[in-house]
Design a protein. Structure first.
Length: 328
C-alpha cells in the first residue's frame, strides 16, 4: 500500500527546484514503485518544465518530499523510466532528452539532448530490451533512437499529420505502434523492407489520440480517439475489435493493468478517469480532477492502485481493488 505522507520528514534535495510547475503532464512507475512525474509551466513568456522522483508516491506533488528533481529548459510533454536510473523525455522544444539519477538517486543529470525533430515531441516509448526508444512528433515523423550511441537509427514519415502517440511491443524490439491526426494507426515492424502497415481499429471517422500495448497478452492493443472512444483488438484478428464510448472528449492516455485481472484504464480531456474490464464493462469512474487528465500509470507494487495526474496539479491514487470508486 502507499505509505502516508505524514510519516516522512520534509527534506528537499538541494538541486531540486523550489517549486513544481503547475501543469502535470505524465506519470510513470519504476518496477520498485518509485514514481516519476513530469510537469510544465504553460503560462508566461517562457514555457519551462521539471522532472520529479518520489520514493513514496503519496507524497506527490509536495516538493518537500521528493527524492530528486530538476528544472528543464522547455516544457516536458512526456517522460518514461528506462531501466532503473534512466529517464527518457519528450520536450516541446522538439528535443528528445535522456536524464539519469545519480548521487544515491538524489540528483538528476542530463546525459544528452538531441534536436532531431522539427516540432514538439508528442510522445516517447521504450522498445523491448531497453536499449532503443521511439519518439513521435508534430513534424509528422517517427524516429527510432539508440541510447548508447545517442543517434537516430531510423526516421520515418509515413504519417501526413501530427504524430500524437507511440507505443512499443513488450516483447519484440522491432515492433511498435504510432497514431496521427491523419486518422491512421500504424503497426511498425522494422524487420520488413516496408515497415509500416495500417491497423484497423473500427472507428474510421475519428482521429486516434492514444495507444497502449498489453504487457502480457502481447497480441492485444488499445486505441483511444478524439471523440472519447476506446477500442481494443487482437493484432492477428481484425474481427476482434471492441469499441466503447467511454469518454465525451479526447482520450489523453491508456494503460493496461499488468497484474492478474484484466483492466484497461483511460483518461480524458473530459476530466474523468475510467476503467473497463475484459468484457468491456465499466468497473470504475472518477471525476475528481478539475482539468484535463494527462497521465496515468498502474502501481507495480500494489496492482489495484491506478495513479493519474492532470493540469489541475493533482496526483490521485485510485483504488480499483474491489471494482468500486475510491480515491486516496
Amino acid at each position: 500500500m502507499i505509505k502516508e505522507t505524514q510519516q516522512q520528514h520534509w527534506n528537499i534535495p538541494p538541486s531540486a527546484p523550489a517549486c513544481m510547475d503547475y501543469h502535470l503532464e505524465a506519470v510513470d512507475y519504476r518496477s520498485d514503485g518509485a514514481m516519476l512525474l513530469a510537469a510544465s509551466s504553460l503560462t508566461g513568456r517562457l514555457w519551462m518544465g521539471s522532472l520529479w522522483v518520489y520514493k513514496n508516491p503519496s507524497s506527490a506533488p509536495n516538493e518537500g518530499f521528493c527524492t530528486a528533481g530538476v528544472q528543464t529548459e522547455a516544457g516536458v510533454v512526456d517522460a518514461k523510466w528506462v531501466t532503473d536510473t534512466g529517464i527518457l523525455v519528450a520536450s516541446d522544444s522538439g528535443a528528445v532528452e535522456f536524464w539519469e539519477l545519480s548521487e544515491n538517486e538524489t540528483l538528476i543529470v542530463n546525459k544528452f539532448c538531441r534536436y532531431e525533430h522539427e516540432d514538439i515531441v508528442s510522445k516517447v516509448c521504450v522498445l523491448a530490451g531497453g536499449l532503443q526508444v521511439v519518439s513521435g512528433s508534430m513534424d509528422c515523423s517517427v524516429k527510432v533512437w539508440d541510447l548508447q550511441t545517442q543517434m537516430v537509427l531510423n526516421s520515418y514519415r509515413a504519417h501526413t499529420r501530427d504524430v500524437v502517440c507511440v507505443a512499443s511491443s513488450p516483447t519484440e524490439e522491432a515492433l511498435f505502434l504510432s497514431c496521427s491526426r491523419d486518422g491512421k494507426v500504424l503497426l511498425w515492424d522494422r524487420r520488413n523492407p516496408k515497415p509500416a502497415s495500417w491497423l484497423d481499429v473500427g472507428v474510421p471517422d475519428c482521429s486516434p489520440t492514444s495507444l497502449a500495448w498489453h504487457s502480457q497478452q502481447t497480441d492485444t492493443v488499445a486505441v483511444g480517439d478524439e471523440d472519447g472512444n476506446v477500442s481494443v483488438r487482437k493484432l492477428q484478428n481484425p474481427e476482434s475489435i471492441q469499441t466503447s464510448a467511454v469518454h465525451t472528449h479526447y482520450v489523453t492516455g491508456l494503460a493496461f493493468s499488468s497484474h492478474g485481472s484484466y483492466f484497461i484504464a483511460s483518461v480524458s480531456e473530459d476530466c474523468s478517469v475510467a476503467v473497463l474490464d475484459q468484457s468491456f464493462s465499466e468497473v470504475f469512474r472518477d471525476r475528481t480532477h478539475q482539468d484535463f487528465v494527462k497521465g496515468l500509470s498502474w502501481s507495480p507494487t500494489d496492482p489495484g492502485i491506478l495513479t493519474t495526474v492532470g493540469w489541475d496539479h493533482r496526483v490521485l491514487h485510485h483504488s480499483v481493488h474491489h471494482m468500486e470508486n475510491s480515491t486516496t
